[in-house]
Design a protein around this ligand. Structure first.
Ligand code: SAM
Ligand code: SF4
Ligand code: F3S
Length: 477
């Protein structure tokens, strides 16, 4: 607790220091930037904010690092492996620096926040290091880097949501887009580095979210995914309504979902991620009420053992989670359900692992992201518990979960054969331009013959066969 309080104090102090870096009016020579993103969808969405900031300064985006004058790598710290991948990539960029002396290399994102100046000291090729809340200061730091100065800005903010910045859609299919609705996380799951790398939770102005979704719809996009580490705790108090009608209007996540769904019945709405403790009946009723809010919930459980869940500080028990799953299924019977699970967390026994397997048996998730525990420096678990499950045991338990999940998903997919689904077409399938790919409301990928159907169309498809990960079918005329 002591450490948490001191972290909070530190953030407040650093946020105060962040004032004054907002307004930058510099024109850099026309240059090309290349950005590579790792980690969660929020990081990918952040790269689109960064692209917008750079475009205003005259930078154009390129798809090859060899063509760039500025290489940015938007990093992830969630597991040790994610950090190793970034380090490896940085050493690969070294060869470009040798052939292009003026090249600037920058590290953005969660590793920037976690490792701060050590990047510049240890990795000699890095020129700038910018944390997730400090992207507005990028143009200034780039300009300084042109003059040979190295720069670091990893200030965390309590207010920054980049609400006024229209992201430039990078690598977009023109049909689906991410929209960030909040930043940071106030939950202190003991295994997780995110509260330290992304700071305190804050919700973005609801009106700016709706406007971004309207713009996307008018540009031809047909699906938005509302993003946050914990979307169900979205809470925005609209100060304009306070002035207008003397009442404070607090917008909850259920309210926001409704507002976005009303942009157009042709705009599909998804969201991620839901912390089980915050997923309310109001949200479930809103999903049920609007046809264009997808019947799909990502509800990370992390472990099936109440004892481990308590050590993880997840604030719910196995029974509580299962009751939530029952509630979802009785309210929205055809709801797709996905999860995250960690094997080999500190002190996890065979019995705890069995509890995770049996939870999987009960829930029959449509999709699962499975990991073995990776101790992260500075987290509560690293400070309080011993990382005592041997790596081979962590991996063996992970494999058992993967096998069980594959078995479930094949059976669930087989049950869809013969059914008809409404699919939003996202583009060509990965294997052939004669086939199209889209997703069901429940987020299952469906592949079918192209015929006269276009990207962005809704089409009804009858499922004919499947694999464990993909449905195949025929579009109905
Ligand atoms: N906010 C989401 C939630 O509450 O579940 C999760 C966000 S986190 C970016 C994505 C997933 O990474 C987590 O759900 C967890 O399963 C996994 N994860 C986080 N820290 C981890 C660690 N130290 N080792 C292994 N997996 C981890
Ligand atoms: Fe990490 Fe927990 Fe926050 Fe998710 S809710 S980002 S797992 S601290
Ligand atoms: Fe990684 Fe940061 Fe996302 S640690 S998972 S990029 S919030």
């Amino acid at each position: 607790m002591q450490d948490f309080l001191s972290t909070k104090k530190h953030d407040e102090m650093r946020q105060g220091e962040a004032f004054g870096i907002d307004t930058i009016d510099i024109k850099l020579p026309l240059k090309n930037f290349y950005i590579e993103s790792y980690g969660c969808a929020m990081n990918f969405a952040d790269s689109e904010v960064v692209a917008s900031i750079l475009q205003k300064e005259g930078f154009g985006s390129v798809k090859e690092p060899a063509l760039a004058d500025l290489i940015l790598i938007n990093t992830c710290s969630i597991r040790e492996k994610a950090e190793d991948t970034v380090r490896k990539r940085l050493t690969e960029f070294r060869k470009f620096k040798k052939t292009k002396p003026g090249l600037i290399v920058g590290v953005l994102g969660c590793m920037a926040e976690r490792l701060k100046g050590t990047f510049i000291e240890q990795e000699k090729l890095v020129d700038i290091v910018v944390g997730p809340d400090a992207y507005r200061s990028l143009p200034g730091l780039i300009e300084e880097a042109y003059t040979g100065q190295k720069g670091v800005n990893v200030l965390l903010s309590r207010e920054e949501t980049y609400a006024d910045i229209s992201p430039i859609r990078l690598n977009s299919n023109g049909v689906t887009a991410f929209v960030s609705i909040m930043r940071g996380c106030n939950n202190m799951c003991s295994f997780c580095v995110v509260p330290f790398t992304r700071g305190r939770e804050r919700s973005r102005d609801a009106l700016s979210i709706v406007q971004e979704c309207e713009t996307l719809f008018n540009e031809g996009y047909r699906e938005v995914t509302l993003l946050g580490q914990n979307v169900d705790s979205y809470n925005f108090t609209d100060s304009r309504s306070e002035i207008l009608d003397k009442r404070k209007k607090t917008i909850t996540f259920a309210n926001l979902l409704e507002m976005v769904s009303l942009v157009s019945p042709l705009l599909r709405v998804r969201f991620s991620t839901s912390h089980p403790k915050d997923l309310t009946d109001d949200v479930l009723f809103t999903i049920k009420k609007y046809e264009n809010i997808c019947n799909n919930i990502h509800l990370p459980v992390q472990s099936g053992s109440s004892r481990v869940l308590q050590l993880m500080n997840r604030t719910y028990s196995r029974e509580w989670y299962l009751a939530k799953v029952d509630r979802i299924r009785e309210t929205i019977p055809d709801c797709g359900l996905s999860t995250d699970m960690i094997t080999g967390f500190c002190t996890e026994t065979d019995e705890d692992h069995e509890a995770s397997l049996s939870l999987f048996d009960y829930c029959k998730f449509d999709l699962a992201y499975l990991y073995y525990y990776s101790e992260r420096p500075g987290t509560l678990a690293e400070r309080r518990f011993e990382d005592d499950v041997p790596l081979d045991v962590k991996k063996k338990r992970l494999q058992e979960l993967v096998d069980l999940y594959r078995d479930h998903s094949l059976r669930t997919m087989q049950k869809e054969i013969g059914k008809i689904f409404k699919i939003l077409v996202e583009g060509f399938s990965k294997k052939s331009e004669e086939q199209l790919q889209g997703r069901t409301d429940q987020n299952k990928v469906v592949i079918f013959a192209k015929e006269n159907i276009l990207k962005g169309d809704y089409v009804y498809v009858k499922i004919t066969h499947c694999t464990a990960g993909t449905l195949f079918g025929e579009a109905l005329k």
